[in-house]
Design a protein around this ligand. Structure first.
Ligand code: TNX
Length: 496
């Protein structure tokens, strides 16, 4: 009853506001996520029909748009000349990822400075095209942050290449551009390294709970990189050192201080393993691993981990992290590390990833004092392995439960005192997989929080509010059903 009265009152208020401002009719909100920087409604749109043509100087982007619209609606468009939908590289002012999109009675036109910009604009058009009568609109858009990432832990539970590709598709639909692959941990080593056969022979053969594990050959990894690149997603591989290394230590006895390999580990404790400081094999290992990752990875960044080490002194920790960082720069790449790495000497251009909301930000401050920039991954907001509520069927709760509004309602630029917008490279969500066995479970934790965090990273803070986001998000459930995505039907959203 109280809710009904509140609704009536709200309706009355909205009516008064609408009359007062001379507005004609309430325009329904367009179902766009992340919300573009600027959206203006135009008088007339057009109706999309099967067989309509897409014209573009970037056939790969156009083909992906056609494929996306078919996946979303079943409508089949075609590639050709003089189309009603045009993608042009004629907006040099739009920046690397920005675009302009106009829909009017003549059709749709996306303009950008780069193929990447066209691709981002194509995702917006896909969302508009979910209703056949596309409303007239002018969109001018560019991202708030350059780094809009998702981390996938394939170490605790391995995921085959096809699953990673599906994850990339889901990311790209929401304009994310960095896939951080957590490739190694205590429970498994997932990438082949020449000269270190034990890593794949022994280290890859386990996962949490005793499953079969698995690993990527160089060809597998290259295929992930290629697929992601086609969707303008960069792969940032992580080899987590000096801790989280039981799988490596179990694979090669020579990596251990006492020369004895520990048993493989399939539990979920953290902090108990570490590479051997000061041993020549440790340096050789780091050099070989990072050299191979650099050779396989076209992107600028290699992630060296550095989190949760309990077995080393500060000096020993710094010694190994600094060796790893030097191997990264020696191979022409830049360093990313978890926040703890801020306590070491970082090369120029490094990034640190803030995660520990219950710990102090001192390490992040030390990193920033050295000139590093920060990737914001506060566990209580963007750790996708945290349960939504106590009833969530998988996940953990050490950082609390995280409903969709918790994931949405925060500003990266006010999270840590003194670390404002200009020190922040971006935002990254993290899906740790200790409890995540199936792709359904993975998706259930990811949706709808992925779109929420994608908007945190893309949309200007001044344009964001949870209620408006919730209204734009709700209709998307229809397309998630079409894609076969298992999502959490959060009670904070009024689903269709
Ligand atoms: C903390 S966050 C970890 C991971 C765990 C995760 C589980 C971070 C840098 N380390 O090793 O998987 O918590 O939520």
């Amino acid at each position: 009853m109280r809710v009904v009265w509140r609704r009536l009152l709200l309706g009355l208020v909205m009516l008064v506001v609408a009359c007062g401002s001379g507005a004609q009719e309430e325009e329904p909100q367009l179902s766009l996520v992340p919300l573009p920087a600027s959206v203006t409604r135009l008088q007339n749109g057009f109706t999309l029909k099967a067989g309509d043509t897409v014209t573009s100087a970037e056939p790969s982007v156009a083909a992906q748009l056609i494929h996306g619209i078919e996946a979303d609606t079943g409508l089949e468009l075609k590639l050709g000349a003089k189309g009603r939908i045009r993608l042009d590289l004629d907006a040099p002012q739009a920046g690397t990822e920005g675009y302009e999109l106009t829909v009017d009675a003549d059709g749709a036109r996306i303009s950008a400075a780069t193929p990447e910009g066209l691709f981002r604009g194509a995702q917006t058009f896909r969302q508009l095209a979910r209703v056949p009568a596309i409303p007239g609109v002018r969109v001018s858009d560019r991202p708030r942050f350059a780094w809009r990432g998702a981390m996938l832990d394939v170490a605790r539970h391995f995921r085959p290449v096809a699953d990673v590709k599906r994850f990339v598709d889901l990311m790209a639909a929401y304009k994310l551009n960095v896939l951080h692959l957590h490739l190694t941990d205590d429970q498994g080593w997932r990438i082949a390294i020449p000269g270190w056969p034990g890593l794949t022979g022994i280290g890859a053969a386990t996962e949490v709970g005793g499953g079969p594990g698995g690993f990527y050959t160089a060809a597998d990894y290259r295929e992930i990189v290629r697929y992601a690149q086609e969707r303008f997603v960069r792969v940032v591989p992580e080899v987590d050192v000096p801790g989280h290394t039981n799988a490596a230590l179990a694979s090669h006895p020579e990596l251990n201080c006492d020369g004895v390999a520990p048993e493989p580990y399939t539990g979920i404790k953290v902090g108990f393993s570490a590479l051997c400081p000061g041993k020549a094999e440790t340096a050789r290992f780091l050099n070989d691993v990072l050299k191979e990752l650099a050779a396989l990875t076209p992107g600028h960044h290699l992630h060296i981990g550095g989190d949760e080490v309990e077995k080393l002194s500060e000096r020993e920790y710094a010694q190994i992290v600094e060796l790893a960082a030097q191997a990264v720069t020696a191979n022409g790449k830049e360093v990313v590390g978890w926040q703890e790495a801020g306590a070491t000497v970082l090369p120029a251009g490094s990034l640190v990833q803030y995660w520990q909301t219950n710990g102090g930000p001192e390490d992040v401050e030390r990193a920033v004092a050295q000139g590093a920039k920060v990737i914001m991954s506060p566990a209580s907001r963007v750790y996708l392995d945290m349960k939504y509520d106590d009833a969530t069927r998988v996940g953990q709760t050490w950082a609390g439960t995280t409903e969709i509004d918790d994931a949405y309602d925060w500003d990266p630029a006010t999270l840590i005192d003194g670390i404002g917008e200009d020190r922040i490279e971006g935002v990254e969500m993290a899906l740790w997989t200790e409890t995540v066995v199936t792709m359904d479970d993975l998706e259930h934790l990811t949706f709808p929080r992925l779109p929420a965090i994608a908007e945190v990273a893309w949309t200007p803070q001044s344009e964001r509010s949870f209620d408006a986001f919730a209204a734009r998000l709700a209709p998307m459930a229809t397309v998630w059903d079409r894609w076969g995505v298992d999502y959490h039907r959060s009670a904070r959203i009024t689903w269709p």
